[in-house]
Ligand binder design. Structure first.
Ligand code: GLV
Ligand code: MN
Length: 500
């Protein structure tokens, strides 16, 4: 016989087995409560009211429609919880290689045996009673005598365990029970008050007793189910089971917490049409592994934002690119790789717009590979313009090191911000926004810019739209319609880009 680690400690779980004895009696009890309520509301009180005429009739119609509607939903949810297996561990189930999250759960109760290590050196949860490995969030139920997937608790009212596959049905049962018992309490209130009044009541003592009992029981259930419902709503939004809430205490960090919306979908599915009925769409069952009870997405402990090695000098000749360049072998790395003198030169300002840019990005300085930054040197002749452009992959910051520059950018909401900067003046251009710099001083100007990307990319507005003779881009009819001008204007603009 298995003994807990506390030696001769008393095994309280044995007593849970006694709950099995209650079995179907609880189903009969639930049905009897519904029967008494049905008798009071429909047969004794509101059924007869239907024939009173006037407001009484309308109130009776409303109460009876709501009562029957909620009753159908309540019974549908109830029998779905009772008859749905909460989730059984498939025979010979073994954890996936990366099931680290699940096996790392604390093993606290005496029902667990020592947890062996798997081939990867990870701790695997094991149930000595069932003699099998346990998937993440699975627990042994001492009443059912077996392991239950994502076990929440054993519920005597539904004569079943509540687990991965029937938790939603259980919550709907609570929800409809709360609505139904509240409706019954409110609708029987006036009969309950009459009961204490001086006026003579026409009903038989049996009917009066049933109505009295129904009111008291429904009110008691409405209040207690409300508390239970509130507790479960907070558990659902935290993606926690009752057992897990007990085990983890008040610890704020919870690996399965994916945010309220996704936590809710892990129980109710993503398809809104199914949220209020005890059924899942096939699409949800396919797409949300948690609904099958064996796998649970969890948030990573810390997002991997830092690089995983000191450096990775880009191998620019590599043919396979992995969102950047693969690394040159460390044995071939030398001091030379970490220094770049490209920006000691001067940009060529003799071109049309009087601006020359020297780029210090991963293509010219491969040591920047994977490090998320790069720099440019921009030289301006008097009046020179670094024409409107944007960097799709980076925010830009710059500092004027010589001369006087007008720096401006336009937001996605068409707001234009600008300022004239002198030596030492610094600016920032948020990622992706169109910007320019223009030399507004008398002499030359110079600017150093920095980007939070090894290769920020540059989309220069004019040539992107009007292309060049060798690289025509947008069709003429798109340009004439967009700029609302004639073809001659487009031709005129395009002719300016001829040599470009
Ligand atoms: C300036 O705007 C630059 O992109 O270097
Ligand atoms: Mn720029």
């Amino acid at each position: 016989m298995y003994r807990s680690g506390v030696g001769m400690a008393w095994n309280v779980f044995k007593f849970c087995t006694a709950l099995k004895g209650l079995g179907s009696i609880m189903v009969l009890l639930v049905l009897s409560l519904i029967g008494v309520t049905y008798y009071s509301v429909v047969l004794a009180c509101y059924g007869p009211d239907l024939f009173h005429g006037g407001l009484d009739t309308w109130v009776a119609i409303l109460v009876l429609i709501l009562f029957h509607g909620l009753l159908v939903m309540l019974l549908w949810s109830y029998f779905s919880v009772v008859l749905t297996d909460p989730g059984v561990v498939p025979p010979n189930w073994r954890p996936e290689y990366d099931e680290e999250e699940g096996v790392a759960e604390p093993i606290t109760t005496t029902e667990f045996g020592a947890s062996p290590l798997n081939e990867d050196g990870l701790r695997v949860r094991f149930c000595r009673k069932c003699n099998q490995l346990k998937p993440p969030r699975c627990h042994h139920c001492s009443v059912c005598g077996r392991c239950v997937l994502k076990m929440d608790h054993h519920c005597v009212w539904v004569v079943n365990c509540v687990g991965a596959l029937n938790y939603k049905y259980f919550l709907l049962f609570l929800f409809y029970t709360f609505l139904e018992t509240t409706l019954v309490s409110l609708s029987l209130l006036k009969y309950f008050i009459e009961f204490f009044g001086d006026e003579e009541i026409p009903n038989t003592p049996g009917t009066l007793a049933a109505t009295f009992l129904s009111f008291v029981l429904n009110l008691a259930f409405a209040l207690s189910v409300m508390g239970f419902l509130i507790m479960h709503i907070s558990l659902v939004f935290g993606n926690t089971t009752t057992i897990e809430a007990y085990e983890k205490g008040t610890s704020p960090k919870w690996q399965y917490d994916l945010g309220r919306r996704r936590n809710f979908e892990q129980v109710f599915g993503a398809d809104k049409r199914y949220w209020l009925i005890p059924v899942y769409s096939e699409e949800d069952i396919r797409r949300i592994p948690a609904l099958q009870g064996l796998e649970y997405p969890s948030k990573p402990d810390t997002p991997e934002s830092d690089t995983l090695q000191d450096f990775c000098i880009a191998d620019l000749k590599a043919t396979v690119l992995v969102n950047g360049f693969p690394c040159k072998p460390a044995t071939k790395v030398s001091s030379h790789d970490f220094f770049f003198d490209g920006l000691t030169k001067k940009g060529n300002t003799s071109k049309t717009l009087g601006v020359g840019v020297i780029a210090g990005n991963v293509l010219t300085f491969p040591a920047l590979n994977t490090l998320g930054l790069s720099m440019n040197l921009v030289d301006f002749a008097p009046g020179g313009l670094n024409q409107p452009h944007s960097h799709p992959r980076a925010t830009e910051s710059g500092v004027v090191i010589k001369g006087k520059l007008l720096v401006g950018f336009v937001t996605s909401g068409h707001v234009y911000y600008s300022k004239v900067l002198r030596k030492g003046g610094m600016f920032v251009i948020p990622q992706g926004l169109v910007h320019f710099q223009k030399n507004v001083g008398k002499g030359n100007a110079q600017l150093i810019t920095a980007f939070n990307s090894q290769l920020p990319g540059s989309v220069v507005v004019a040539p992107t739209l009007f292309g060049s003779k060798s690289k025509p881009t947008l069709p003429d009819d798109v340009l004439t319609a967009s700029f609302q001008v004639d073809q001659t204007v487009i031709d005129e603009i395009k002719s300016k880009f001829l040599g470009a």
